[in-house]
Ligand binder design. Sequence first.
Ligand SMILES: *Cc1c(COP(=O)(O)O)cnc(C)c1O
Length: 542
Amino acid sequence: MAEISMENLLRIFTVPEAPGSTLNRLDNDISANLAGFLQEHIVAEEADLVKIEQDFNDTRIPEDPIFVSEHAEFLLDKVVAQSVHTSSPSFVGHMTSALPYFMIPLSKIMIALNQNLVKTETSKAFTPLERQVLGMLHRLTYGQSSEFYDTWLHHGRKRLGAFCSGGTVANITALWTARNRAFGPDGNFPGINHSGIFGAMRHYGCEGAAVLVSERGHYSLSKAADVLGIGRENLVSVETDSHNRICLDALERKIEELKQQRIRPFALVGIAGTTETGNIDPLDKLADIAEAHDLHFHVDAAWGGPTLFSDRYRPLLKGIERADSVTIDAHKQLYVPMGVGLVLFRDPSMLESIEHHAQYIIRQGSKDLGSTTLEGSRPGMAMLVHAGLKIISRRGYAMLIEKGIELARRFADRIASLEDFELVSEPELNIFTYRWVPAEVQARLRDADEGQRQRINEVLSRITQAIQKEQRERGKAFVSRTRLKPECYGQQAITVFRVVLANPLTTDEVLREVLEEQREIAAGMKDSANMQELMGLVALPA
Ligand SMILES: *Cc1c(COP(=O)(O)O)cnc(C)c1O
């Protein structure tokens, strides 16, 4: 046990760890060889979460200090060892992947500086830097003139967007702005931001307010509907076509239905890279519809935004430049560490609708970014986004994006060509879904009646789930799973594997091994109840 004394406490604020200390050794190992460090210290095979919980059971705050080295040992043993190897080339199930090595020492510098972007008094150069990054991504998205950026980039009252902790807060910020503008001040009515939702509905003569998005919309949008007081029911989900893109007819119908119920739609969300299937809504057509019905048009490009770097694939997002606001997550395809996203606004005045001031801190007319962000104190993550944009560059990001999309295309083609796998959703970007289905079952699914088909799909869903879980537990590779209702099975919900191919170190060979392991796991389940049931169903006469 270490000794408690003011002298020792002061030491932790001033004196770094000795060169040979455990913490220092860890730090050096990470700097010298990050991949090696992770490979060495993360235990591949999954331990039961309930068992891990036992290491974190004590709710008493220690009365007495321990040595830093002792704590470092604990971390290595109980936390690092039991964390997830997100940067592994065979971890292809989620949107969190490898980081460029320079992000790690830069993160340390950012933390050492400990700037707070809520106000310039605690951030100085970080504020113009953050604005520059917003300007760069605004220009990438909206492509305005140099004069536009010269005028607005560092303007006192206007902002091109807002940094935040991720896509969720970015989406909330966009819809918050949309809500406040749709139900803004009008005659004696001071605006929804002052009087709240009841007053706004009374003044504007409606029974509710709604946001429309396809059924592939991210769940952060329903959090936004809840937080903004319009209610989750009024996040209206619109059906999608066989490519997981919003159906425009259905959208128009929903808008009319809402209006008949005197519920006012005020925002339409298009998705550029759906979380589950990586598809892109027809943004240009959505922009037309938003314009016709006077809706705020928001594009959730949390995942797909960086596709704009690629001249080859940028056309897939055509229409995004007509959006009122756009969400982009930096901790996804900008390869910045977890905890940073941003929302851009085409019109630099839009964020004024959510502006807040306080005398001691974010004063009227100051350049403090805290007046137009949902969050208060905020770290200098923009420094890392800025570093990525400069060190990797537009062309570098384009190559990474293109590599992911092309890898996904090859992997999907391979799956489609195999007898014992079924491609469920085609990749448009670098995400798609598939499942394991033996050839004889595939044949049977084609000629089965609806009842049989449903029973077969139910068993297959249980098997898909079991394979995914077993593969994850083995710890060599990871794909995620989700539930989709593909048109080819009459909207029946089925469980599928989902792959996200954003790690530049993932190769065709790695993916071949992922499939091989899934096949092997399936073979190992030959005698399971599910597999017996599946074979029984296939053997039945049609
Ligand atoms: C990831 C994602 C979000 C949410 O972003 P977080 O950073 O997890 O808060 C929102 N929308 C889409 C399309 C996403 O892929």
